[in-house]
Ligand binder design. Structure first.
Ligand code: NAD
Length: 302
């Protein structure tokens, strides 16, 4: 079998298009536009790229983007005051503090300070608890994007056995909860799981969210499975030669051995171009949701 590649770029572009139409409709009906505030502390190069891309996508969807850049030595209290000010700002419907933050700041205290109704990253314990309780919640973006890809690919997920490798608050746990809400039978695997390959072979849907390059091999996968690879790992690529500074070039791979698993699975997300593009699209989706709920507007189906 040669697996069908799940085109996350295309599915994300369609989702962003539908969000843009919904934003235009709400603007026409109510004269209001969703606003997303992104706060970046310090000058981490990768974070700079993420923040820039989020700003571009936010504006392209017709929303208002607010960007705040604070110096790397910003004290925790100053960041928390900024978050509280954004909590109180009516034109800001979503707040995202780009992680990682510098060492003097507690990531958890930042998460705890964001108003749950504006927590478009879905990491505040109030939202995590609501998700587990089956209540209306804002859901972390990458898990939401991963499950949308599975649904777009398979349609009905009810009754399928999903195995998730990784149990982080950011990815593994919310993916498990979302798939449980879709009536999957869910198994969570992690670094202490005994016989991980045998566990993975039981999966109709296998989600890898570990951070180990090409961990999942071809013989870990049930024939015909749907494989969602959340991992993003940079590895050496000697075949690409040297860059202009004489350093060896690198490339991105996921947590799944793409070539080998493609021979066994029915569907697989590539890295890059799979889950990654869904994360920003789902950030916009969450901002739209937060905007509608804060204003009491009916939420358009996107
Ligand atoms: P994390 O380090 O917080 O969690 C990793 C999880 O993997 C842990 O629960 C751990 O128990 C498990 N694990 C570690 N070693 C293992 C092993 N040998 N076997 C089985 N399980 C093992 O990482 P995270 O934040 O959940 O991210 C996971 C991956 O997803 C990373 O590669 C990250 O870069 C990527 N990621 C991608 C996106 C995206 O937009 N596509 C977003 C977030 C994270």
């Amino acid at each position: 079998m040669t697996a069908q590649k799940i085109d996350g770029k295309e599915i994300a572009a369609q989702l962003r298009g539908r969000i843009g139409k919904a934003v235009a409709g709400l603007q026409a009906a109510h004269g209001k536009t969703p606003g997303l505030a992104v706060v970046l502390v310090g000058e981490d190069a990768a974070s700079e790229v993420y923040v820039r891309n989020k700003g571009i996508a936010t504006k392209a969807a017709g929303m208002t983007s607010y960007e705040f850049r604070l110096p790397a030595d910003t004290p925790e209290d100053a960041l928390l005051d900024k978050v509280r000010a954004l909590n109180a700002e009516p034109d800001v419907n979503g707040i995202l503090v780009q992680f990682p933050v510098p060492a003097q700041i507690s990531q958890q205290r930042v998460i705890d300070t964001i108003d749950p109704s504006k927590d478009v990253d879905g990491l505040n314990p109030a939202n995590a608890g609501r998700l587990v309780s089956g209540l209306q919640a804002l859901t972390p973006c990458t898990p939401l994007g991963s499950v949308i890809l599975a649904k777009e690919t398979l349609g009905e997920l009810s009754g399928k056995h999903a195995v998730i490798i990784g149990r982080s608050n950011l990815v593994g746990k919310p993916v498990a909860q979302l798939l449980l809400n879709e009536n999957c039978t869910v198994t969570m695997a992690h670094s202490r799981t005994a016989d991980l390959p045998a566990m993975c072979r039981q999966a109709d849907i296998l989600v890898a969210a570990v951070g180990i390059a090409e961990l999942v091999k071809g013989d870990w996968v049930k024939p015909g499975a749907c494989v969602i690879d959340v991992g993003i790992n940079r590895i050496d690529a000697p075949e690409k030669g040297l860059d202009d500074k004489g350093r060896g070039k690198t490339r991105l791979v996921g947590d799944v051995d793409f070539a080998a698993v493609s021979e066994i699975a029915a569907h697989i997300t590539p890295v890059p171009g799979g889950v990654g593009p869904m994360t920003i699209a789902c950030l916009l989706k969450n901002t739209l949701t937060a905007f509608c709920r804060q204003n009491g507007f009916e939420e358009p189906e996107v």
